[in-house]
Design a protein around this ligand. Structure first.
Ligand code: NAP
Length: 296
């Protein structure tokens, strides 16, 4: 028999992930800080909890997907937090992207009470969350990873156990370095193509199946051409991840030159009030430098 699952944080990612747990037939509790965001999922069969603590008291597996490190600390360790409701033996799975160091500290506090924890950050954007095709990078104990597998399989396609507690978050930062430098390449290439008078859609069609192809190119390239800046992932959250990567790079003595440059571009866009646009709006920084605007 499957265990009862609870989901905390019904944002862009959490709502699609919860929907996929419901579709897979799992009994699912939900809690979200802004309560009305729970309504569509309650209509689809989820049960509402009054607080993270209340949710944890009803569930065996407690999943969190909130914004940043202090937010995860708040919903897990804070007043009314998961730690005050969870039974010994239950499993907390944090799917947010947060600091690898803080992840280990949170896990220690939970472990002291006999509560297990996995860090399982995700990649694949809002599309992946909706379609259940996320990549999930998991850190923690192998036995708990096996326990969580049916839930991971409902939400994701590639599930990789990458190491001990905290390793999932480290791999996620590797992922973010790749994503933003890729987006810089897409931006630079599109501005260049526009300046050269090319048909941008034909250009994408010609290059995306070859060695230059990438998820960012195929998914965010067309959005840039259509000047559709709706976020799959906001610049504000992207900057949060780059801060985590740059901090870790500093600790490890690895200068992240490309990542630092992209972060400086995003800083400028945030100062212009564009923090809630999608991370593909990086191209606007290059448009401003060159005076060339992409699009039909
Ligand atoms: P989002 O749409 O901004 O949603 C954030 C969620 O966190 C909301 O449910 C929000 O509640 C909740 N939250 C934030 N601070 C909180 C606090 N202090 N206490 C309680 N709840 C809090 O973000 P998202 O895009 O779903 O991202 C969630 C996590 O997944 C982030 O760590 C992000 O880096 C990661 N991620 C996102 C993507 C993506 O493409 N979007 C991809 C991979 C990973 P309210 O509704 O009350 O604001």
């Amino acid at each position: 028999m499957s265990e009862i699952v609870g989901f905390i944080g019904l944002g862009i990612m959490g709502r699609g992930m919860t929907r996929n747990l419901l579709k897979a037939g799992f009994e699912t509790y939900v809690w979200n800080r802004t309560a009305e965001r729970m309504n569509p999922l309650i209509a689809e069969g989820a049960k509402a909890a009054d607080s993270p603590q209340d949710l944890a008291a009803h569930c065996d597996i407690i999943i969190t997907c909130v914004s940043d490190t202090p937010d995860v600390e708040q919903v897990i360790l804070g007043e009314d937090g998961v730690i005050h409701g969870a039974k010994a033996g239950s499993l907390v799975i944090d799917m947010s992207t947060i600091s690898p160091q803080s992840t280990k500290a949170i896990a220690e506090k939970l472990n002291e009470r006999g509560i297990h924890m996995l860090d399982a950050p995700i990649s694949g954007g809002s599309e992946g969350a909706e379609k259940g095709t996320l990549s999930i990078m998991v850190g923690g104990d192998a036995e708990q990873v096996q326990r969580a597998m049916p839930y991971f399989e409902a939400m994701g396609k590639r599930i990789t156990h990458v190491g001990a507690q905290g390793a999932g978050q480290m791999v996620k930062l590797v992922n973010q370095i790749l994503v933003v430098i890729n987006m810089l390449a897409v931006s630079e290439a599109l501005v260049f193509a526009q300046a050269g008078g090319l048909d941008l859609r034909k250009t994408l069609e010609a290059v995306e199946a070859g060695a230059a192809g990438s998820w960012m190119l195929s998914n965010r390239g067309p959005q840039c051409i259509e000047r559709d800046w709706r976020p799959g992932f906001t610049i504000d959250l992207q900057q949060k991840d780059l801060r985590l990567a740059l901090d870790a790079g500093k600790q490890l003595g690895v200068p992240l030159l490309g990542t630092g440059m992209v972060s400086a571009f995003y800083d400028a866009l945030q100062r212009d009030g564009l923090g809630s646009e999608g991370n593909h709006a990086l191209i606007k920084a290059l448009e401003r430098l060159t005076g060339i605007e992409v699009g039909d």
